[in-house]
Write a protein that binds this ligand. Structure first.
Ligand SMILES: [Zn+2]
Length: 266
């Protein structure tokens, strides 16, 4: 895709009307930490996932927790969960390389309503390859839309699998603006450019629900997960662009233990 055509599309997106913002909020419990916060962790070697719990007293649950993520999503008990109501807003195209992922922070007011509870979109970020598996299948990418929840410290994360196929325009906007340097953040050349996060969603909204954790330290078990079962597509070149910066930023699978996995039923 040509960049100028893309820029025109983004400009169009930027003109869509915005309702007045909700009161400003502090970023609550971001799923990704920035380098230099004193608890360096990574995905390989002595700071890799099998050592996360040793790196800080705050990370103990990474090793000891019984409600950890990600998991292999198999089967699921059919349940009347209702629809996922997703009311996200256009997000300014400011892309951060956190050192653990590529992340875009959302302005206030983007909402998710799940099982009668309201969550607010904080950010979305990318994993290569996917962290969750679907009936044993790993996908080339997984996108996490992280929301603050209604309760104290509760998060709601909507996960979207990405399979190889046609290029995705919204994803291209993110990839074309991602900085290579960990800790860096880059704004699009057009400061009014936005990305529409709902264009990173599949048409089908069937999902799997379970109670889990952050997939990064401190691995807190406070996440209401909703994993969409229909993947979106991205071109192999788009997946490769992320893979060049992040050859693997996927935590290994954790056991399901005594948790229930629910499958949305209409
Ligand atoms: Zn994530």
């Amino acid at each position: 895709m040509r960049r100028n055509a893309l820029a025109a599309g983004l400009l169009l997106a930027a003109t869509s009307a915005l309702a007045p913002h909700a009161p400003s909020r502090a970023q609550q419990a971001p799923a990704e930490r920035r380098p230099g916060d004193g608890t360096e962790w990574g995905y390989a070697g002595p700071s890799g996932p099998e050592h996360w719990a040793e790196l800080s007293a705050n990370h103990k649950v990474c090793a000891e927790g019984a409600q950890e993520s990600p998991i292999d999503l198999r089967g699921g008990v059919p349940a009347k969960l209702g629809d996922l109501r997703i009311e996200w807003r256009p997000v300014p195209l400011r892309v951060a390389n956190t050192g653990h992922s590529i992340q875009v922070d959302a302005p206030p007011g983007g909402r998710l309503v799940m099982e009668g509870r309201t969550y607010e979109l904080l950010q979305f970020h990318l994993h290569h390859p996917s962290e969750h598996l679907l009936d044993g299948r790993r996908f080339p990418m997984e996108i996490h839309f992280v929301h603050s929840g209604p309760g104290n410290g509760v998060l709601g994360v909507v996960a979207v699998f990405v399979e190889h196929g046609a290029p995705n325009e919204a994803l291209e906007a993110v990839l074309a603006n991602m900085p290579a340097e960990p800790g860096a953040s880059r704004e699009a050349a057009d400061a009014r450019a936005t990305v529409q996060p709902h264009r990173l969603l599949p048409a089908g909204r069937d999902f799997l629900r379970y109670e889990g954790s952050l997939t990064t330290p401190p691995c807190s078990e406070n996440v209401d997960w909703a994993v969409l079962t229909q993947p979106i597509q991205a071109s192999p070149a788009q997946v490769d662009a992320l893979a060049r910066l992040y050859p693997s930023n996927a935590r290994p699978l954790r056991p399901l233990h005594r948790r229930s996995l629910l499958r949305s039923e209409r």
